[in-house]
Write a protein that binds this ligand. Structure first.
Ligand code: TLP
Length: 343
């Protein structure tokens, strides 16, 4: 039996078409702005997201950090949802590199609660740091790929405009959100001034993300990307894959990942010991709480590993499964059957 890897959607391997296009790609030095495919990818990304311009960056973490540096100055404060990836999983880059304070606001549905955001904005007082940015995330990683409702984003944007504070969206999986909501991705991106999108997760490119915003913002961002070591050279190989990642066909394939996640969630919820909130399985993540007399999340994961099924732990009692194009319907059935047999 082959390993069934449900740890992350970053395990996706480039398609044959991507590999083919990568080898055919014309190359140039992208630090001089001379890589044709990087220029093409940046144009495609900006158009898709409904923004004026975009830049290609090596990772989502760098894309978010470039955005923070571009929107803010050292000593400013940024507002993020309490469990936002920018705060929990980016090695403290906002504080360490950006010199930023982080103000957290809780939000039930993945978006920081608008009233909390309003309260968190600093008054103009010499004792306080200046609130320089509000960050959003869609899909929300820590809450299991849920998609915050757009009316929350709208309310937050209204507050931001009123206070003249820009909004950055960590849209690592924004195309999963657009499929869940059944709206064009532009209709999500419009609530933010800048958006980071990952090409290397469910979309299958081997490396890279894009950061999108106004032309002026992106010009400024280029300097920060260079400072962080993101000035790459013959990027055409990677960007050729990125262009295919952003094609409509490729994006539509994410639907199968969502269906597999639903199937898995349904199957697990029928096994005694598991508690799942099926209504919160929006995209390609499944969070399953285990309360069993013999196994906890950790020991079950260890046994699954021996049986060549890989997943991760979201917290002490919760297993996290992430579907991707590497996973097929039959794999999901096999996972459910195996777990049922163990428990
Ligand atoms: N998330 C990682 C985890 O940190 C391990 C993953 O494997 O999915 N924003 C969001 C919402 C993310 O989920 C991630 C990756 C990033 C940003 C950072 O992207 P990368 O991994 O490209 O730096």
């Amino acid at each position: 039996m082959q390993t069934i890897d449900l740890r992350r959607d970053t395990i996706t391997i480039p398609t044959a078409e991507m590999k083919d296009e990568a080898f055919k790609a014309p190359l140039g030095d992208s630090v001089y702005g001379e890589d044709p495919k990087q220029r093409d990818l940046e144009k495609v990304a900006a158009e898709k997201l409904g923004k004026e311009a975009a830049i290609f960056v090596p990772s989502g973490t760098q894309g978010n950090l470039v955005a923070l540096l571009t929107h803010t100055e050292r000593g400013n404060e940024i507002i993020v949802e309490e469990n936002a990836h920018i705060r929990t999983s980016e090695t403290g880059g906002a504080s360490c590199v950006g010199g930023l304070m982080i103000k957290t606001v809780y939000g039930e549905d993945g978006a920081p609660a608008p009233e909390g955001v309003e309260d968190a904005i600093r008054k103009n007082d010499i004792h306080y740091p200046r609130t320089a940015l509000i960050c959003l995330e869609s899909t929300h990683y820590r809450y299991g790929g849920i998609v915050p409702p757009l009316d929350q984003f709208k309310k937050i944007q209204n507050i931001a405009v009123q206070h003249k504070i820009p909004v950055h969206l960590d849209g690592a999986r924004i195309f999963n959100s657009s499929i869940y909501l059944g709206v064009d991705v532009k209709k999500i991106a419009r609530y933010a001034d800048s958006v980071m999108v990952s090409l290397s997760k469910g979309l299958g490119a081997p490396v890279g993300s894009v950061l999108c915003g106004t032309s002026e913002f992106i010009e400024k961002a280029k300097r920060h990307r260079k400072m962080l070591g993101g000035g790459m050279r013959q990027t055409g190989w990677l960007c050729a894959c990125g262009i295919i990642a952003l094609s409509d066909n490729n994006i539509n394939n994410l639907k199968a990942d969502h269906e597999n996640a639903k199937l898995l969630a349904q199957g697990l919820s029928d096994i005694p010991g598991f508690t799942l909130n099926l209504e919160r399985v929006h995209t390609n993540f499944v969070l399953a709480q285990l309360h069993h007399s013999k196994y906890n999340a950790f020991s079950l994961l260890e046994i699954l590993k021996i049986k060549r099924i890989l997943a991760t732990q979201a917290d002490e009692a919760t297993l996290r499964f992430v579907t991707s194009r590497e996973i097929e319907h039959n794999d999901i059935v096999a996972v459910i059957d195996t777990i049922r047999a163990i428990l």
